[in-house]
Design a protein around this ligand. Sequence first.
Ligand code: AMP
Length: 192
Amino acid sequence: MINLVLFGPPGAGKGTQADKIKERFNLLHISTGDVIRSQVKAETELGKIAEVQMASGGLVSDELVIGLMKNYLSEQEGAVGTIFDGFPRTTAQAEAFDVMLSEIKESVTVMIALEVDEEELVKRLLLRGNASGRADDMSEEIIRNRISVYNAQTAIVSNFYEKQGKYVAIDGTGTIDNIFGRISAVLENYTK
Ligand code: AMP
């Protein structure tokens, strides 16, 4: 079973690439951001707490996100594998994730990190905000805050997987198909 952590700052193209990867490699895809947004929309208890944390571009608490992921994994026994998009985002989440996966005799296969510079990220996110109306993509201030949160709290998660020999960085610029080609070349090593 392939457990791919698709990593990178907001706007790096994780969602876009995940759509292509899941088709080609027959994987499931979970985006913690999407799950949280749907809980906010449904006005669940969890959604109400998350909404406040999310609005300024900060992270939702580890406890809440780890709980969501435990739920997801409890339904995944025997599945083909998953692309984890937007998770783990802190070292505490990465540590908890290893434990959760080992409980179902699984582990992270590889982390693929998409590298894109900050000005390009801001440009892409503002465009996405215009097209989608997603609140945290519409304000440059919130976007820059999300990137700072990524630099301060999330970027370090790559060290966790680097130490395990599971970290691969990819150039996240160019056409969608170019980037997908780079990702596929890595993933093919795990599917043969
Ligand atoms: P995303 O769609 O991945 O850009 O996530 C949107 C927002 O959801 C983030 O800015 C966070 O507030 C929240 N979020 C998503 N995934 C996580 C996570 N793994 N840990 C904490 N907060 C998260």
